[in-house]
Design a protein around this ligand. Structure first.
Ligand code: ADQ
Length: 458
């Protein structure tokens, strides 16, 4: 069996069941895939050094090897905080108003991709499959080819692919996408993102696109481009649900809700997740329906992320102001309707919280997939399941069609969905949940990785 070499910006090893702290979706997924396959996980250590050396730190953990390098402060500023998080992330989430186009960011991004290629080359053996993760490394395949690497190399993009009309606002967009065509396989979360990519290749690069076969041809190279919707590590997550930690978390939340219906949101604090819009929808619900303070408790768990980036500082301030204002207006002396919590929790605890909540509110403005929606479904009691309210603009909406689907920008629609969910009869909740759970259980992270790896083998 070929070894797997995974490349991602950060290497984040899950130290065991229910480990505390927030893990992004990518980390959760890669731990699942590598545990299954074995191999090497290569990425940035998260540490900074004054002068880049490219020296690898190797460690063995959880059934696979990790290899990390340190970066210079300038790399972190230009490549990570800059091009990745201030240029590509907003643009790919349709926020061109937030995208910053600075020459230094682009140069830093190319420099770090070259550094990654240099450090990775000595680790690769002839039969290895190299699987690159996400928007931090769009040109890495091309860099590896420039160093003579002949292995099969694939890229999976965890975030959306923007419409062509938005992407052309990015300076040097052609160069970036042409570099991507040096991969053998490019995977997207949904058919919508795949279609946008194929549209770009046809229209802007004049490439040969075969939608049936899912291939793009340019300059004698053929690249496979397909949708591979990512899932959760369902088996592992269900095992967490059996733990005492999960049970205690559930009991604690149900007890403290004092008979109110619990609505839960769990998101990294990011402007793409539609958090202020959720409070607007709550505002309408509380304004139009009687006595909601005695009937509803909304818990929003939102650990801060990317705190060095100004737009993230701003979204945090906005949320603090909105929740404060909301609670000021709607609380009673002994009841507060929104609990806004800025920290991470262990995954077993999260399971318990999801199960305690009768409504899962997952309403990003734009999201590659969204694993929280899938975790919420998995954690429900089959005999008395809660209702998932899901944004149509999350990649997950293509698969989770039995959720209550909403346009998160239409506050009235979200308000109505909340009202519908509160009153949904048990039989309908069960029927919807069975359909949702079949997708979440059967299309898990293990089958996702297997599908991608099969395609990568060629
Ligand atoms: P994210 O934007 O990080 O991922 P998401 O898919 O929702 O979004 O995954 C978040 C993960 O972090 C979930 O597993 C969740 O449980 C965990 N998490 C969030 N808040 C937490 C908290 N307070 N405590 C503990 N854990 C917490 C990116 C893309 C998504 C895509 C994933 C995977 O933006 O669209 O689904 O990668 O491909």
């Amino acid at each position: 069996m070929s070894r797997l070499i995974v490349v991602s910006n950060r290497v984040s090893v899950d130290k065991g069941r229910g480990a505390a702290g927030a893990q992004g979706g990518l980390a959760v997924a890669m731990n699942g895939a590598l545990r299954q396959h074995g191999g090497i996980w290569f990425g940035w250590s998260g540490e900074e050094v004054e002068h880049f050396t490219g020296q690898l730190t190797m460690a063995r953990s959880n059934g696979f090897t990790t290899a990390t390098i340190d970066l210079e402060p300038q790399d972190v500023e230009e490549y990570y905080n800059g091009y990745a998080n201030r240029t590509l992330w907003p643009l790919f989430h349709y926020r061109i108003d937030l995208a910053e186009y600075e020459n230094e960011f682009g140069m830093g991004y190319e420099r770090v991709n070259e550094r990654f290629a240099n450090s990775l080359i000595p680790l690769v053996e002839p039969d290895d499959l190299v699987w690159v993760q996400d928007y931090h490394f769009l040109p890495l395949g091309e860099r590896l080819r420039a160093h003579g690497l002949k292995n099969r190399i694939g890229l999976f993009l965890h975030i959306p692919w923007p419409p062509t009309r938005l992407l052309v606002s990015l300076p040097f967009h052609e160069r970036l996408v042409k570099a991507m065509l040096h991969y053998d396989v490019i995977g997207f979360q949904s058919f919508e993102w795949l279609e946008s990519f194929l549209h770009y290749c046809r229209k802007e690069l004049n490439a040969g696109v075969d939608e049936q076969k899912g291939t793009v041809e340019l300059g004698g190279r053929t690249v496979v481009a397909r949708a591979f919707p990512i899932g959760i590590d369902h088996k592992e997550f269900m095992a967490l649900g059996e733990t005492e930690v999960a049970r205690r978390a559930q009991v604690r939340l149900v007890g403290s809700a004092r008979s109110r219906t619990v609505v839960i949101g769990v998101d990294r604090l990011d402007y793409s997740k539609g958090l202020p819009e959720r409070i607007d929808a709550m505002e309408r619900l509380f304004a139009t329906k009687d006595d909601m303070v005695n009937r509803l408790l909304y818990i929003q768990i939102a650990p801060p992320s990317r705190e060095d980036v100004r737009s993230y500082q701003e979204i945090r301030a906005t949320l603090e102001q909105k929740t404060g204002q909301f609670n000021g207006a709607h609380s009673d002396v002994d009841l507060v309707p929104i609990r806004y919590v800025n920290r991470g929790f262990g995954r077993a605890e999260l399971f318990g919280f999801y199960r305690a909540a009768k409504i899962g509110l997952v309403t990003p403005i734009r999201d590659g997939m969204n694993l929280v929606a899938k975790e919420y479904v998995a954690a429900q009691d089959p005999e008395d399941p809660g209702v998932l309210i899901l944004s149509r603009f999350a990649g997950a909406a293509e698969q989770l069609t039995d959720a209550v689907l909403v346009n998160p920008l239409n506050h009235d629609e979200v308000t109505r969905a909340l009202w519908t969910a509160i009153h949904m009869p048990l039989e309908e909740r069960k029927a919807r949940w069975r359909a949702l759970n079949a997708v979440v259980r059967d299309r898990d992270v293990i089958s996702w990785a297997e599908d991608f790896i099969e395609a990568l083998k060629g």
